[in-house]
Design a protein around this ligand. Sequence first.
Ligand code: FAD
Length: 452
Amino acid sequence: MKGNDLNNLVLEDGANIAVVGGGPSGSFFTYFALDFADRYGLDVNIDIFEAKDFTCSGPAGCNHCGGIISESLIQTLSTEGIILPSNVIRRGIESYTMHVEQGTTVIKTPLKEQRIASVFRGFGPRGSVSEIYDSFDNFLLNLCIEKGANKISDRVNEVSRQPDGILVKTKSSFEKKYDLVVSAVGLNKQTYDLFRNVCSSFVPPRTTKTFIGEIYLDGARIDKYFGNSMHVFLLNLPHIKFGALIPKGQYVTLVLLGSDINKKVVSGFLASRQVRDCFPQGTDIENQMACQCYPSINVQGAKSTFDDRVIIIGDTSSSKLYKNGIGAAYITAKAAAKTAIFNGISGREFKKYYQPVCNKLDMDNGVGKFIFLATGIIQKSVALKRGMLSMVISEQKKAAHQRRMSSVLWDTFTGSASYKDIFARFIHPKLILNFLRHTVEKLFTNKPKNTI
Ligand SMILES: Cc1cc2nc3c(=O)[nH]c(=O)nc-3n(C[C@H](O)[C@H](O)[C@H](O)COP(=O)(O)OP(=O)(O)OC[C@H]3O[C@@H](n4cnc5c(N)ncnc54)[C@H](O)[C@@H]3O)c2cc1C
Protein backbone atom coordinates (compact mmCIF):
# COMPACT_ATOMS: atom_id res chain seq x y z
CA MET A 1 0.00 0.00 0.00
CA LYS A 2 1.15 3.52 -0.71
CA GLY A 3 1.84 4.92 2.78
CA ASN A 4 -0.05 4.13 5.96
CA ASP A 5 -1.99 7.36 6.01
CA LEU A 6 -5.57 6.10 6.28
CA ASN A 7 -6.78 9.11 4.33
CA ASN A 8 -4.62 8.18 1.38
CA LEU A 9 -5.15 4.44 0.96
CA VAL A 10 -4.40 3.22 -2.54
CA LEU A 11 -3.85 -0.21 -4.05
CA GLU A 12 -0.28 -1.08 -4.94
CA ASP A 13 1.31 -3.91 -6.95
CA GLY A 14 0.56 -7.25 -5.33
CA ALA A 15 -2.52 -5.92 -3.48
CA ASN A 16 -5.12 -8.51 -2.47
CA ILE A 17 -8.83 -7.92 -2.99
CA ALA A 18 -11.63 -10.15 -1.65
CA VAL A 19 -14.96 -10.04 -3.47
CA VAL A 20 -17.61 -11.68 -1.30
CA GLY A 21 -20.42 -12.91 -3.58
CA GLY A 22 -20.09 -14.10 -7.17
CA GLY A 23 -23.47 -12.86 -8.45
CA PRO A 24 -23.60 -10.15 -11.14
CA SER A 25 -22.27 -7.32 -8.96
CA GLY A 26 -19.33 -9.40 -7.67
CA SER A 27 -18.45 -10.58 -11.17
CA PHE A 28 -18.82 -7.14 -12.75
CA PHE A 29 -16.60 -5.62 -10.05
CA THR A 30 -13.95 -8.27 -10.60
CA TYR A 31 -14.10 -8.01 -14.38
CA PHE A 32 -13.70 -4.22 -14.39
CA ALA A 33 -11.18 -4.05 -11.55
CA LEU A 34 -8.90 -6.51 -13.40
CA ASP A 35 -9.45 -4.64 -16.65
CA PHE A 36 -8.72 -1.19 -15.15
CA ALA A 37 -5.72 -2.51 -13.21
CA ASP A 38 -4.32 -3.97 -16.40
CA ARG A 39 -4.70 -0.64 -18.20
CA TYR A 40 -3.14 1.19 -15.23
CA GLY A 41 -0.20 -1.22 -15.07
CA LEU A 42 -1.20 -2.40 -11.61
CA ASP A 43 -0.91 -6.01 -10.51
CA VAL A 44 -3.79 -7.01 -8.19
CA ASN A 45 -5.00 -10.42 -7.00
CA ILE A 46 -8.71 -11.00 -6.67
CA ASP A 47 -10.37 -13.84 -4.75
CA ILE A 48 -14.11 -14.22 -5.36
CA PHE A 49 -15.95 -16.08 -2.61
CA GLU A 50 -19.17 -17.71 -3.78
CA ALA A 51 -21.23 -20.10 -1.69
CA LYS A 52 -23.45 -21.40 -4.52
CA ASP A 53 -22.63 -23.60 -7.49
CA PHE A 54 -24.20 -22.04 -10.59
CA THR A 55 -23.86 -25.29 -12.51
CA CYS A 56 -26.45 -26.90 -10.18
CA SER A 57 -30.17 -26.84 -10.90
CA GLY A 58 -32.67 -25.79 -8.24
CA PRO A 59 -31.97 -23.68 -5.13
CA ALA A 60 -28.29 -24.78 -4.85
CA GLY A 61 -27.41 -22.74 -7.92
CA CYS A 62 -30.16 -20.15 -8.10
CA ASN A 63 -30.00 -16.41 -7.51
CA HIS A 64 -33.79 -15.86 -7.51
CA CYS A 65 -34.50 -13.57 -10.42
CA GLY A 66 -36.84 -13.13 -13.39
CA GLY A 67 -33.79 -13.44 -15.62
CA ILE A 68 -34.62 -10.64 -18.02
CA ILE A 69 -31.53 -8.92 -19.37
CA SER A 70 -32.69 -5.56 -20.66
CA GLU A 71 -31.79 -4.43 -24.16
CA SER A 72 -29.87 -1.44 -22.78
CA LEU A 73 -27.74 -3.76 -20.64
CA ILE A 74 -27.13 -6.17 -23.54
CA GLN A 75 -25.93 -3.23 -25.63
CA THR A 76 -23.81 -1.75 -22.84
CA LEU A 77 -22.17 -5.09 -22.09
CA SER A 78 -21.37 -5.69 -25.73
CA THR A 79 -19.56 -2.34 -25.88
CA GLU A 80 -17.57 -3.55 -22.84
CA GLY A 81 -16.63 -6.71 -24.77
CA ILE A 82 -19.08 -8.92 -22.85
CA ILE A 83 -21.24 -10.65 -25.46
CA LEU A 84 -23.90 -13.00 -24.11
CA PRO A 85 -23.37 -16.35 -25.84
CA SER A 86 -26.35 -18.12 -27.39
CA ASN A 87 -26.11 -21.00 -24.88
CA VAL A 88 -26.83 -18.55 -22.03
CA ILE A 89 -29.88 -16.97 -23.68
CA ARG A 90 -32.92 -19.22 -23.15
CA ARG A 91 -35.11 -17.04 -25.36
CA GLY A 92 -34.82 -13.71 -27.19
CA ILE A 93 -37.85 -11.62 -26.22
CA GLU A 94 -39.27 -9.64 -29.15
CA SER A 95 -42.53 -8.31 -27.76
CA TYR A 96 -44.57 -7.77 -24.63
CA THR A 97 -48.14 -9.01 -24.45
CA MET A 98 -49.98 -6.71 -22.07
CA HIS A 99 -53.03 -8.06 -20.25
CA VAL A 100 -55.59 -5.96 -18.41
CA GLU A 101 -59.11 -7.08 -17.45
CA GLN A 102 -60.44 -5.20 -20.47
CA GLY A 103 -58.35 -7.02 -23.07
CA THR A 104 -54.93 -7.87 -24.39
CA THR A 105 -52.51 -6.24 -26.79
CA VAL A 106 -49.01 -6.89 -28.06
CA ILE A 107 -46.35 -4.19 -27.72
CA LYS A 108 -43.59 -4.79 -30.20
CA THR A 109 -39.98 -3.83 -29.54
CA PRO A 110 -39.66 -0.12 -30.40
CA LEU A 111 -36.55 -0.64 -32.54
CA LYS A 112 -36.14 -3.85 -34.49
CA GLU A 113 -32.56 -4.51 -33.40
CA GLN A 114 -33.34 -4.16 -29.69
CA ARG A 115 -33.67 -7.62 -28.20
CA ILE A 116 -34.16 -8.66 -24.64
CA ALA A 117 -32.72 -11.93 -23.41
CA SER A 118 -34.30 -14.31 -20.93
CA VAL A 119 -31.77 -16.34 -18.95
CA PHE A 120 -31.54 -18.58 -15.93
CA ARG A 121 -29.31 -17.20 -13.19
CA GLY A 122 -28.46 -20.74 -12.04
CA PHE A 123 -28.63 -23.87 -14.11
CA GLY A 124 -32.42 -23.83 -14.13
CA PRO A 125 -35.32 -25.03 -11.99
CA ARG A 126 -35.07 -28.17 -9.87
CA GLY A 127 -34.53 -31.22 -12.09
CA SER A 128 -33.32 -29.29 -15.18
CA VAL A 129 -30.90 -31.17 -17.41
CA SER A 130 -29.06 -29.82 -20.42
CA GLU A 131 -25.76 -30.45 -22.11
CA ILE A 132 -25.68 -27.21 -24.00
CA TYR A 133 -26.97 -24.45 -21.77
CA ASP A 134 -24.97 -22.40 -19.26
CA SER A 135 -26.29 -20.09 -16.56
CA PHE A 136 -25.87 -16.31 -16.68
CA ASP A 137 -24.06 -16.12 -13.32
CA ASN A 138 -21.73 -18.98 -14.24
CA PHE A 139 -20.91 -17.30 -17.56
CA LEU A 140 -19.97 -14.01 -15.80
CA LEU A 141 -17.98 -15.81 -13.12
CA ASN A 142 -16.02 -17.74 -15.74
CA LEU A 143 -15.18 -14.48 -17.55
CA CYS A 144 -13.58 -13.29 -14.31
CA ILE A 145 -11.65 -16.54 -13.87
CA GLU A 146 -10.40 -16.22 -17.47
CA LYS A 147 -9.21 -12.70 -16.61
CA GLY A 148 -7.19 -14.10 -13.71
CA ALA A 149 -9.52 -14.05 -10.68
CA ASN A 150 -9.40 -16.92 -8.21
CA LYS A 151 -12.79 -18.42 -7.29
CA ILE A 152 -13.14 -19.78 -3.77
CA SER A 153 -16.24 -21.96 -3.44
CA ASP A 154 -16.99 -21.28 0.18
CA ARG A 155 -19.24 -19.25 2.44
CA VAL A 156 -17.70 -16.24 4.17
CA ASN A 157 -18.80 -16.20 7.82
CA GLU A 158 -16.58 -13.59 9.43
CA VAL A 159 -15.12 -10.26 8.37
CA SER A 160 -13.05 -8.21 10.80
CA ARG A 161 -10.84 -5.14 10.72
CA GLN A 162 -7.09 -5.42 11.40
CA PRO A 163 -4.67 -2.49 11.68
CA ASP A 164 -3.46 -2.99 8.08
CA GLY A 165 -6.26 -4.82 6.31
CA ILE A 166 -9.52 -6.76 6.55
CA LEU A 167 -9.50 -10.39 7.68
CA VAL A 168 -11.94 -12.68 5.89
CA LYS A 169 -12.80 -16.13 7.31
CA THR A 170 -14.92 -18.84 5.70
CA LYS A 171 -17.07 -21.73 6.83
CA SER A 172 -14.30 -24.22 6.00
CA SER A 173 -11.73 -22.31 8.06
CA PHE A 174 -9.93 -20.57 5.20
CA GLU A 175 -8.68 -17.16 6.33
CA LYS A 176 -6.73 -14.39 4.67
CA LYS A 177 -6.07 -10.70 5.14
CA TYR A 178 -7.04 -8.38 2.28
CA ASP A 179 -6.22 -4.78 1.35
CA LEU A 180 -9.79 -4.28 0.10
CA VAL A 181 -13.01 -6.23 0.70
CA VAL A 182 -15.97 -5.85 -1.64
CA SER A 183 -19.36 -6.93 -0.35
CA ALA A 184 -21.54 -8.18 -3.22
CA VAL A 185 -23.73 -10.50 -1.18
CA GLY A 186 -27.24 -9.54 -2.32
CA LEU A 187 -30.13 -9.26 0.11
CA ASN A 188 -29.39 -12.01 2.60
CA LYS A 189 -29.61 -10.19 5.94
CA GLN A 190 -27.47 -12.71 7.79
CA THR A 191 -24.63 -12.12 5.34
CA TYR A 192 -24.78 -8.38 4.89
CA ASP A 193 -24.93 -7.98 8.66
CA LEU A 194 -21.37 -9.43 8.75
CA PHE A 195 -20.21 -6.21 7.14
CA ARG A 196 -21.49 -3.96 9.94
CA ASN A 197 -18.29 -5.00 11.72
CA VAL A 198 -16.11 -3.29 9.14
CA CYS A 199 -18.51 -0.65 7.82
CA SER A 200 -19.83 0.85 11.02
CA SER A 201 -22.32 3.40 9.62
CA PHE A 202 -23.87 1.01 7.08
CA VAL A 203 -27.69 1.21 6.98
CA PRO A 204 -29.10 -1.77 5.01
CA PRO A 205 -31.54 -1.31 2.11
CA ARG A 206 -35.30 -1.55 2.63
CA THR A 207 -36.81 -4.64 1.02
CA THR A 208 -40.13 -6.31 0.31
CA LYS A 209 -41.15 -9.89 -0.55
CA THR A 210 -41.76 -10.93 -4.15
CA PHE A 211 -42.55 -14.26 -5.82
CA ILE A 212 -40.87 -16.40 -8.45
CA GLY A 213 -42.25 -19.69 -9.76
CA GLU A 214 -40.91 -21.88 -12.56
CA ILE A 215 -43.80 -23.52 -14.42
CA TYR A 216 -42.92 -26.57 -16.50
CA LEU A 217 -44.52 -26.56 -19.95
CA ASP A 218 -42.46 -28.38 -22.59
CA GLY A 219 -40.77 -26.38 -25.39
CA ALA A 220 -43.39 -27.06 -28.09
CA ARG A 221 -46.24 -25.74 -25.96
CA ILE A 222 -44.18 -22.72 -24.92
CA ASP A 223 -43.61 -21.96 -28.61
CA LYS A 224 -47.32 -22.27 -29.27
CA TYR A 225 -48.71 -20.35 -26.29
CA PHE A 226 -45.95 -17.82 -25.53
CA GLY A 227 -43.57 -17.70 -28.49
CA ASN A 228 -40.98 -14.95 -28.03
CA SER A 229 -43.33 -12.72 -26.06
CA MET A 230 -43.16 -11.89 -22.39
CA HIS A 231 -46.64 -11.53 -20.88
CA VAL A 232 -47.21 -8.69 -18.44
CA PHE A 233 -50.31 -8.22 -16.32
CA LEU A 234 -51.67 -4.94 -15.01
CA LEU A 235 -54.59 -6.40 -13.08
CA ASN A 236 -56.46 -4.81 -10.25
CA LEU A 237 -55.32 -7.30 -7.62
CA PRO A 238 -54.21 -6.37 -4.09
CA HIS A 239 -50.45 -6.28 -3.36
CA ILE A 240 -49.45 -6.79 -7.02
CA LYS A 241 -47.88 -3.93 -8.96
CA PHE A 242 -46.67 -6.08 -11.79
CA GLY A 243 -46.99 -9.71 -12.83
CA ALA A 244 -45.05 -11.32 -15.66
CA LEU A 245 -44.76 -14.68 -17.40
CA ILE A 246 -41.37 -15.09 -19.06
CA PRO A 247 -40.84 -17.98 -21.53
CA LYS A 248 -37.51 -19.82 -21.18
CA GLY A 249 -36.53 -23.22 -22.55
CA GLN A 250 -39.02 -25.68 -21.10
CA TYR A 251 -40.31 -23.38 -18.40
CA VAL A 252 -42.29 -20.21 -17.98
CA THR A 253 -41.00 -18.04 -15.15
CA LEU A 254 -43.71 -16.31 -13.16
CA VAL A 255 -42.62 -13.12 -11.41
CA LEU A 256 -44.82 -11.10 -9.08
CA LEU A 257 -43.64 -7.73 -7.82
CA GLY A 258 -45.45 -5.49 -5.38
CA SER A 259 -45.58 -5.40 -1.63
CA ASP A 260 -45.49 -8.36 0.75
CA ILE A 261 -46.48 -11.01 -1.77
CA ASN A 262 -47.62 -14.23 -0.06
CA LYS A 263 -49.22 -17.57 -1.00
CA LYS A 264 -52.75 -16.13 -1.00
CA VAL A 265 -51.73 -13.27 -3.33
CA VAL A 266 -50.04 -15.78 -5.69
CA SER A 267 -53.11 -18.05 -5.78
CA GLY A 268 -55.37 -15.06 -6.48
CA PHE A 269 -53.16 -14.06 -9.41
CA LEU A 270 -53.03 -17.59 -10.86
CA ALA A 271 -56.80 -17.94 -10.57
CA SER A 272 -57.45 -14.85 -12.71
CA ARG A 273 -58.93 -15.48 -16.14
CA GLN A 274 -56.23 -13.41 -17.89
CA VAL A 275 -53.47 -15.66 -16.49
CA ARG A 276 -55.28 -18.97 -17.03
CA ASP A 277 -56.02 -18.00 -20.65
CA CYS A 278 -52.27 -17.82 -21.40
CA PHE A 279 -51.87 -21.57 -20.72
CA PRO A 280 -53.26 -24.62 -22.51
CA GLN A 281 -56.77 -25.36 -21.26
CA GLY A 282 -56.84 -27.35 -18.04
CA THR A 283 -53.21 -26.65 -17.05
CA ASP A 284 -52.82 -27.07 -13.29
CA ILE A 285 -50.40 -24.15 -13.01
CA GLU A 286 -49.71 -24.42 -9.28
CA ASN A 287 -48.92 -28.13 -9.52
CA GLN A 288 -46.62 -27.65 -12.50
CA MET A 289 -44.21 -25.42 -10.61
CA ALA A 290 -40.83 -27.11 -10.39
CA CYS A 291 -39.53 -24.38 -8.09
CA GLN A 292 -40.98 -21.46 -6.23
CA CYS A 293 -39.69 -18.92 -3.73
CA TYR A 294 -40.39 -15.54 -2.14
CA PRO A 295 -37.14 -13.59 -2.51
CA SER A 296 -36.66 -10.04 -1.26
CA ILE A 297 -36.17 -7.09 -3.56
CA ASN A 298 -34.47 -3.77 -2.84
CA VAL A 299 -37.08 -0.97 -2.67
CA GLN A 300 -34.91 1.69 -1.04
CA GLY A 301 -31.16 2.03 -1.31
CA ALA A 302 -28.79 1.46 1.63
CA LYS A 303 -26.82 4.25 3.27
CA SER A 304 -23.11 4.61 4.09
CA THR A 305 -22.05 1.67 1.94
CA PHE A 306 -18.31 2.23 2.29
CA ASP A 307 -15.53 2.67 4.77
CA ASP A 308 -11.74 2.50 4.55
CA ARG A 309 -10.90 -0.72 2.62
CA VAL A 310 -14.57 -1.76 2.37
CA ILE A 311 -17.14 -1.15 -0.34
CA ILE A 312 -20.69 -2.54 -0.60
CA ILE A 313 -22.17 -2.89 -4.11
CA GLY A 314 -25.11 -4.38 -6.03
CA ASP A 315 -28.42 -5.18 -4.35
CA THR A 316 -27.00 -4.58 -0.87
CA SER A 317 -26.31 -1.01 -1.91
CA SER A 318 -28.51 0.83 -4.47
CA SER A 319 -30.53 -0.89 -7.18
CA LYS A 320 -33.17 0.07 -9.71
CA LEU A 321 -36.69 -0.03 -8.32
CA TYR A 322 -38.41 -3.28 -9.44
CA LYS A 323 -36.54 -3.50 -12.79
CA ASN A 324 -33.15 -4.18 -14.33
CA GLY A 325 -31.42 -4.95 -11.03
CA ILE A 326 -28.61 -6.59 -12.98
CA GLY A 327 -28.13 -3.34 -14.92
CA ALA A 328 -27.94 -1.45 -11.61
CA ALA A 329 -25.46 -4.05 -10.27
CA TYR A 330 -23.31 -3.33 -13.33
CA ILE A 331 -23.44 0.42 -12.58
CA THR A 332 -22.49 0.21 -8.88
CA ALA A 333 -19.86 -2.50 -9.50
CA LYS A 334 -18.12 -0.59 -12.27
CA ALA A 335 -18.14 2.67 -10.27
CA ALA A 336 -16.62 0.86 -7.27
CA ALA A 337 -13.95 -0.81 -9.42
CA LYS A 338 -13.04 2.49 -11.07
CA THR A 339 -12.70 4.25 -7.71
CA ALA A 340 -10.66 1.44 -6.14
CA ILE A 341 -8.17 1.20 -9.00
CA PHE A 342 -7.81 4.84 -10.08
CA ASN A 343 -8.62 6.87 -6.96
CA GLY A 344 -8.07 4.82 -3.83
CA ILE A 345 -9.77 2.63 -1.27
CA SER A 346 -10.36 5.01 1.61
CA GLY A 347 -13.86 5.91 2.75
CA ARG A 348 -13.10 9.45 1.62
CA GLU A 349 -12.44 8.39 -2.00
CA PHE A 350 -15.50 6.12 -2.08
CA LYS A 351 -17.59 9.00 -0.77
CA LYS A 352 -16.24 11.31 -3.46
CA TYR A 353 -16.44 8.98 -6.48
CA TYR A 354 -18.77 6.08 -5.62
CA GLN A 355 -21.49 7.68 -3.50
CA PRO A 356 -22.71 10.07 -6.28
CA VAL A 357 -23.40 7.04 -8.52
CA CYS A 358 -25.59 5.46 -5.83
CA ASN A 359 -27.28 8.81 -5.17
CA LYS A 360 -28.19 9.07 -8.86
CA LEU A 361 -29.81 5.60 -8.79
CA ASP A 362 -31.69 6.46 -5.58
CA MET A 363 -32.93 9.76 -6.98
CA ASP A 364 -34.12 8.06 -10.16
CA ASN A 365 -35.99 5.52 -8.02
CA GLY A 366 -37.79 8.48 -6.40
CA VAL A 367 -39.19 9.29 -9.86
CA GLY A 368 -39.83 5.54 -10.35
CA LYS A 369 -42.01 5.49 -7.23
CA PHE A 370 -44.10 8.25 -8.75
CA ILE A 371 -44.43 6.29 -12.03
CA PHE A 372 -45.56 3.17 -10.15
CA LEU A 373 -48.03 5.34 -8.22
CA ALA A 374 -49.45 6.55 -11.55
CA THR A 375 -49.59 3.01 -13.02
CA GLY A 376 -51.22 1.88 -9.74
CA ILE A 377 -53.97 4.46 -10.27
CA ILE A 378 -54.45 3.30 -13.88
CA GLN A 379 -54.48 -0.35 -12.68
CA LYS A 380 -57.43 0.43 -10.40
CA SER A 381 -59.47 2.41 -12.94
CA VAL A 382 -61.52 0.60 -15.59
CA ALA A 383 -61.91 3.81 -17.63
CA LEU A 384 -58.18 4.63 -17.64
CA LYS A 385 -57.24 1.05 -18.48
CA ARG A 386 -59.64 1.00 -21.42
CA GLY A 387 -58.16 4.30 -22.61
CA MET A 388 -54.60 3.02 -22.26
CA LEU A 389 -55.37 -0.25 -24.04
CA SER A 390 -57.16 1.53 -26.87
CA MET A 391 -54.25 3.97 -27.26
CA VAL A 392 -51.63 1.17 -27.38
CA ILE A 393 -53.66 -0.83 -29.90
CA SER A 394 -53.94 2.18 -32.22
CA GLU A 395 -50.26 3.10 -31.75
CA GLN A 396 -49.07 -0.36 -32.76
CA LYS A 397 -50.28 0.38 -36.31
CA LYS A 398 -48.14 3.55 -36.43
CA ALA A 399 -44.44 4.23 -36.99
CA ALA A 400 -42.15 3.56 -33.99
CA HIS A 401 -41.60 7.26 -33.15
CA GLN A 402 -45.37 7.83 -32.86
CA ARG A 403 -45.86 5.08 -30.26
CA ARG A 404 -45.58 7.31 -27.19
CA MET A 405 -47.62 5.31 -24.67
CA SER A 406 -46.21 2.01 -25.99
CA SER A 407 -42.64 3.19 -25.57
CA VAL A 408 -43.34 4.44 -22.04
CA LEU A 409 -44.89 1.07 -21.13
CA TRP A 410 -42.10 -0.84 -22.86
CA ASP A 411 -39.40 0.96 -20.91
CA THR A 412 -41.36 0.69 -17.65
CA PHE A 413 -41.68 -3.08 -18.14
CA THR A 414 -38.09 -3.66 -19.27
CA GLY A 415 -36.31 -1.12 -17.07
CA SER A 416 -34.27 -0.16 -20.10
CA ALA A 417 -34.50 3.62 -19.63
CA SER A 418 -34.10 5.74 -16.52
CA TYR A 419 -37.32 6.58 -14.67
CA LYS A 420 -36.52 10.26 -15.22
CA ASP A 421 -36.52 9.71 -18.96
CA ILE A 422 -39.74 7.64 -18.84
CA PHE A 423 -41.43 10.32 -16.74
CA ALA A 424 -40.43 13.09 -19.16
CA ARG A 425 -42.04 11.12 -22.00
CA PHE A 426 -45.10 10.28 -19.90
CA ILE A 427 -45.94 13.92 -19.22
CA HIS A 428 -45.52 14.95 -22.85
CA PRO A 429 -48.65 16.97 -23.76
CA LYS A 430 -49.27 14.85 -26.89
CA LEU A 431 -49.29 11.65 -24.82
CA ILE A 432 -51.55 13.11 -22.13
CA LEU A 433 -54.03 14.56 -24.65
CA ASN A 434 -54.15 11.37 -26.69
CA PHE A 435 -54.60 9.29 -23.55
CA LEU A 436 -57.48 11.51 -22.42
CA ARG A 437 -59.05 11.35 -25.89
CA HIS A 438 -58.94 7.54 -25.92
CA THR A 439 -60.27 7.37 -22.34
CA VAL A 440 -63.20 9.71 -23.05
CA GLU A 441 -63.99 7.94 -26.35
CA LYS A 442 -64.10 4.58 -24.58
CA LEU A 443 -66.35 5.99 -21.86
CA PHE A 444 -69.01 6.51 -24.49
CA THR A 445 -68.50 3.25 -26.36
CA ASN A 446 -70.35 0.15 -25.26
CA LYS A 447 -68.39 -2.96 -26.06
CA PRO A 448 -69.14 -6.61 -25.37
CA LYS A 449 -67.68 -8.08 -22.17
CA ASN A 450 -63.94 -8.98 -22.20
CA THR A 451 -63.01 -6.43 -24.87
CA ILE A 452 -62.16 -2.79 -24.68
C1 FAD B 1 -38.55 -11.56 -8.07
C2 FAD B 1 -37.36 -10.85 -8.65
C3 FAD B 1 -37.23 -10.76 -10.04
C4 FAD B 1 -36.15 -10.09 -10.58
N1 FAD B 1 -36.05 -10.04 -11.93
C5 FAD B 1 -35.03 -9.39 -12.50
C6 FAD B 1 -34.91 -9.38 -13.91
O1 FAD B 1 -35.69 -9.98 -14.63
N2 FAD B 1 -33.85 -8.68 -14.45
C7 FAD B 1 -32.95 -8.01 -13.65
O2 FAD B 1 -32.04 -7.37 -14.20
N3 FAD B 1 -33.02 -8.06 -12.30
C8 FAD B 1 -34.04 -8.73 -11.71
N4 FAD B 1 -34.10 -8.82 -10.35
C9 FAD B 1 -33.07 -8.16 -9.53
C10 FAD B 1 -31.76 -8.96 -9.56
O3 FAD B 1 -32.01 -10.30 -9.20
C11 FAD B 1 -30.74 -8.36 -8.59
O4 FAD B 1 -30.72 -6.97 -8.73
C12 FAD B 1 -29.34 -8.91 -8.83
O5 FAD B 1 -29.32 -10.29 -8.64
C13 FAD B 1 -28.34 -8.26 -7.89
O6 FAD B 1 -27.09 -8.87 -8.06
P1 FAD B 1 -26.06 -8.97 -6.83
O7 FAD B 1 -24.83 -9.56 -7.39
O8 FAD B 1 -25.99 -7.67 -6.13
O9 FAD B 1 -26.74 -9.97 -5.79
P2 FAD B 1 -27.10 -11.51 -5.95
O10 FAD B 1 -27.51 -11.80 -7.32
O11 FAD B 1 -28.06 -11.81 -4.85
O12 FAD B 1 -25.73 -12.26 -5.68
C14 FAD B 1 -25.19 -12.34 -4.40
C15 FAD B 1 -24.26 -13.54 -4.37
O13 FAD B 1 -23.53 -13.55 -3.15
C16 FAD B 1 -23.44 -14.88 -2.71
N5 FAD B 1 -23.24 -14.84 -1.25
C17 FAD B 1 -24.09 -14.31 -0.34
N6 FAD B 1 -23.58 -14.45 0.88
C18 FAD B 1 -22.37 -15.07 0.73
C19 FAD B 1 -21.36 -15.48 1.65
N7 FAD B 1 -21.48 -15.29 2.96
N8 FAD B 1 -20.26 -16.09 1.16
C20 FAD B 1 -20.11 -16.30 -0.18
N9 FAD B 1 -21.04 -15.94 -1.09
C21 FAD B 1 -22.15 -15.32 -0.63
C22 FAD B 1 -24.78 -15.51 -3.09
O14 FAD B 1 -24.69 -16.92 -3.14
C23 FAD B 1 -25.01 -14.86 -4.45
O15 FAD B 1 -24.49 -15.64 -5.50
C24 FAD B 1 -35.18 -9.50 -9.75
C25 FAD B 1 -35.26 -9.62 -8.37
C26 FAD B 1 -36.34 -10.31 -7.82
C27 FAD B 1 -36.42 -10.45 -6.34
